[in-house]
Design a binder for this molecule. Structure first.
Ligand code: PLP
Length: 395
């Protein structure tokens, strides 16, 4: 049978890094390539208690069909929590529960993107989102990153040059993959530029609560008085990614379209998971949980930086981080990190080469991403040591 695929997905290819990920499944390989929370960060006992209670006391509520917008108590609680804690949400906004933040990217793209529309993205940026935009046949234009976030001059140039920009996609806190946080000044400037050029902003914030050093920077959505920011949040990095609960705060008109799209995708996000998130936020000490996470990650990040300082040598530089899950490492100019990553796999360490995060992943990149949260401390140190040895041997 000759299968014929839609124009939308015809051009989509499994990314080259899938090849590298295949090796990460080998137990003998130290994987520094995942984006997973640390195993010790999961509130397993509490989730077990809540699950048992729900199934005993309200099983049908958890197992029955429900409404697309989300479990009402969780929506209500999140709305007030985000408003009180982060000043997120205005009268004109609505909140939708989604199956992870990834689904926000999809529903929003489906709602606003026409073929050939342009999305301005940080370069590099999160592969999952880039692939979603690609699947709607958007044109991606990368905006280079400075140590304090997107380069605003380059952003303005792109806004001037590109004809059909629909939105700017940003991960302002501890960006995936670079770990960079956008400064408060740049957030304001980006907002003003978006307003001036009549484009929306998709603010993706999965890592904001995992700040273990430095000062909190307010969300772009917190000063959105014009209804131009779509905010994506998730419980994936603070409770569990397997539960697949995310959310979106956006102007009602946009959310209404996203709701219709969601009905055709998965009807609603798993109610059982939503009930667990709600009980965990309201019946347990959620702030203490976040503090505990921060202390787990602060310690693990220190193990990583100590190891990198000791083993990486002068040929691999890394950006310091104040939160999130990743370190961004850079080889000397002109060295291709894709080749370096292949050689690392041969030595049983898996990292993600930087080209995978580019809008055009055929371009070379001298950088690669390390995840420090998933491996044991012992494997983390060993993995970093092997990378340092490799750099010494081949560079
Ligand atoms: C920047 C970014 N956005 C979105 C997601 C997707 O998260 P979720 O598990 O909530 O779908 C991730 C996951 O790693 C991410 O890094």
């Amino acid at each position: 049978m000759n299968y014929s695929f839609s124009d939308r997905v015809q051009a989509l290819k499994p990314s080259a890094i899938r090849e590298i990920f295949k090796y990460a499944a080998d137990p003998a390989v130290i994987s520094l390539s995942a984006g997973n929370p640390a195993p010790e960060a999961f509130p397993v006992k509490e989730i077990a208690e809540i699950s048992a209670r729900i199934l005993q006391e309200r099983p049908i509520d958890a197992l029955q069909y429900s409404v697309t917008e989300g479990y009402v108590p969780l929506r209500d609680h999140l709305r007030s929590y985000l408003k009180e804690k982060h000043n997120i949400g205005r009268e004109f906004d609505s909140l939708l529960i989604t199956s992870g933040a990834q689904q926000v990217m999809d529903l929003f793209s489906k709602s606003v993107l026409n073929e050939g529309d342009t999305v301005l993205c940080e370069a590099p940026s999160f592969i999952g989102s880039l692939n979603t935009f690609r699947s709607y046949r958007a044109r991606l234009r990368g905006v280079p990153m400075d140590p304090d976030g997107m380069n605003m001059d380059a952003l303005e140039t792109a806004l001037k040059e590109e004809k059909n920009v629909k939105f700017i996609y940003t991960i302002p806190n501890f960006q995936n993959p670079t770990g960079i946080t956008m400064s408060a000044e740049k957030r304001r400037r980006m907002y003003e530029l978006a307003k001036q050029y009549g484009v929306l902003i998709l603010e993706d914030n999965p890592y904001g609560d995992i700040r273990f050093a430095g000062e909190h920077v307010e969300a772009v959505k917190s000063f959105d008085e014009d209804g131009i920011v779509v905010y994506a949040g998730t419980f994936s990095k603070v409770i569990s990614p397997g539960m697949r609960v995310g959310y979106c705060v956006a102007p009602q008109e946009i959310v209404q379209k996203m709701v219709v799209c969601k009905q055709g995708e998965d009807v609603h996000t798993t109610i059982w998971s939503q009930m667990i998130c709600h009980e965990f936020m309201t019946k347990y000490d959620y702030e203490a949980h976040l503090e505990r996470l921060r202390s787990v990650y602060r310690k693990k990040a220190k193990v990583a930086t100590d190891a990198m300082d000791e083993f990486l040598g002068a040929k691999i530089r890394y950006l310091p981080i104040e939160g999130g899950l990743f370190f961004w490492c850079t080889l000397p100019e002109g060295i291709d990190a894709a080749e370096f990553s292949k050689q690392a796999v041969m030595r049983k360490v898996c990292v993600v080469p930087g080209n995978a995060f580019l809008t055009d992943d055929t371009q070379p990149s001298a950088s690669f991403r390390i995840n420090y949260t998933t491996p044991t401390d012992e494997n983390l140190v060993k993995g970093v040591r092997i990378l340092g040895e490799l750099a010494k041997d081949v560079l």
